[in-house]
Each structure stands twice: as C-alpha cells, then as structure tokens.
Unconditional design. Structure first.
Length: 321
C-alpha cells in the first residue's frame, strides 16, 4: 500500500473529514470521571493544544536537526513568517497522544489500587502487589517509550530564547541546544508527577509538561498543508520525502508507535487515514513543487528507504523484549 500526498492546490474546497478519535475515545464514562477527579479539571477530556503557532519555530527546529524542510516550511522561510495554506501537523496525532497519556494515568491508578484495596477488603497478597507494580511500570514505560522516541528527533534543536518557548518546550535553559538525555529524564519526572503528584494542580501541570515536551514538541511536529491536515489525521500522519517515500523520522516514530501503542490504536482504520483507493494519506512532503498531489511511493514502508530503519519486532510494554 502506498501513500498519497494531499494538498489544497488539488483540492481548493476546505474539507474536514478526519476519523473521529480523541483523548477519551474508548474510555468509559466512569473512567473519564476518574481522570477529571485526578487532574482536577475536565481539560484532560478534551484536546489540549500547546504547541507554538509560529511556522518559523519548526523551520528552525528542522534546520537545527538537519531535517529537510517541507514545502510549507520552505514557504515560511521565504516569507520570513507564516506559510500560506499551512498548519502545524502532528506525526503522531495529538488526540492519540493524549489518549495514550490518559490511559496511562488510569492504568497507573489501577496499579496503586491493587496494592492498597479499601479497608473492608482483605489486604493485598504477593500476587496483588506484583500485579500493581506491573501495571504502574507498564503505564510509565509506555509513555516513556514515546517520550524517548520523540525527544530523540529533537537532537540539534536550539530552543529559542524567550519565555513562551520555555513554557512550550519544557526544555530547561533557553537559547542552547537541547540535551536529549536531560530532556528524557525531565519527561520521565513529569510523567511520574502527572501520575502520582501530591495534588490535582501538580498532576495537571505535569500532564501539560509531558505534552509540551513530546507530542506537542518539534520532534513530533512539522508544517504541512492545511487542507491535507484537516483531511488526514487519524493516529499517524506519515511525513514524506520529495520522492513520496516515508522519511527517516517517519519510520522511527512509526516504529515507536507500533511498539508502544495499545493494540486498539493499531487497527487499520486508526493507524492511518486512507483514500478511496486504499492509499495512506499524508499531509506533508519535503521539497516537492506544489500541485503534484498524487505521486506515490512504490515501496513507501520498505526497510532502509531514505535513512529509515527496518521495522523491528514490536516491543512489549512490560518486558521491553
């Protein structure tokens, strides 16, 4: 199956046709109430947008990391501002990322509950304790798997020196190159605080910090076609190179998504958006002239294309094997 790049020049009429999926998809009402109570706000039940709206932010991040620019990023560079008919596009969709974080919080809480049942029930036995620890470890491990993969794509990024970007990136000292090891450790601290912080305000602040550093950071974002982004954004929106093949970053993030996503997110209708011909739809491409909307890769997901790595066996969230 190949990819089809969608842009507004071939489809001038605005269209919103995304597959419906968001932060609380598949999460029943009583668990949504738990999330609300844990974080002290209904905001975690809705999509939270925290990324920088400046297109030049992602131009700078791409240049710092050595990533070729998309058509829209080249346009933003030429204009020294916002690109036309463009939007900030997630590789791993923001709703998917939040859903994973919400499910992780619920799984972590279930692990805590297994180790500390109500007073009117028998005390936990050894198997209860092990089950509780396994649930907590799996919840943290899944989120940290995403954090590590996305932060690794930020190598070489220079964090612009202004207060807004410190808030958005959560990347420590502004104006210097991001340190991936320090950022990964910081993301882990935020994850643990989001799951077990001392109060709701602390947990929600840490929840936001996790999103800022990962799913809403330049490691998972680029500037793409606005029309295509409104059409194609299920779980994964593969960035393409100028030959319509999946980019190296796209391969790596897709491998991470396949390794750490819950099985319910890896069904064909939730992993990619497809057109009527069965092609996966993409909303961003590198360096291709506008108007060439349907070039297709003959081997878009084969190993080794454009620096991509061969797909590895899917990791297990608990064992890591």
């Amino acid at each position: 199956m190949s990819f089809r790049y969608i842009d507004h020049t071939m489809n001038p009429t605005p269209l919103r046709n995304q597959v419906g999926y968001g932060p609380v998809a598949d999460i029943p009402a009583h668990h949504q109430a738990q999330l609300h109570a844990s974080f002290g706000t209904p905001a975690v039940l809705n999509r939270i947008t925290q990324y920088n709206q400046s297109h030049l932010t992602y131009v700078a991040a791409a240049q710092g990391g050595g990533r070729p620019l998309t058509i829209q990023e080249n346009d933003a560079l030429r204009r020294r501002g916002q690109a036309a008919n463009a939007s900030i596009n997630h590789v791993i969709a923001s709703g998917t990322g939040q859903s994973i974080l919400n499910e992780g919080a619920l799984q972590f809480h279930a692990g805590v509950a297994a180790m500390a049942p109500p007073v009117d029930r028998p005390p936990p036995g050894p198997l209860d304790m092990l089950r509780g620890l396994a649930l907590q470890a799996a919840a943290v491990g899944r989120q940290q798997g995403y954090s590590r993969a996305i932060i690794n794509e930020r190598v070489g990024e220079i964090v612009p020196s202004n207060p807004a970007n410190r808030r958005i990136y959560g990347a420590g000292q502004a104006g210097v190159a991001l340190n991936p090891l320090s950022a990964r450790n910081q993301a882990l601290r935020h994850t643990l605080s989001a799951f077990q912080g001392p109060d709701a305000a602390t947990r929600f602040r840490s929840y936001q910090d996790v999103l800022r550093m990962t799913f809403d950071s330049p490691g998972n974002l680029r500037v793409g076609d606005n029309y295509g982004n409104n059409l194609a954004s299920t779980g994964f929106d593969m960035p393409l190179n100028a030959r319509s093949q999946a980019t190296g970053r796209g391969f790596r993030l897709l491998q991470a998504h396949r390794a750490f996503a819950p099985d319910r997110l890896l069904t064909p209708d939730r992993l990619f958006t497809h057109d009527a011909s069965g092609n996966r739809i993409s909303s961003s491409i590198e360096g291709m002239p506008r108007g060439v909307a349907q070039r297709r890769a003959h081997s878009a997901l084969e190993p080794g294309v454009d620096g991509g790595e061969p797909p590895r066996k899917r990791a297990h969230a608990i064992t890591g094997k």
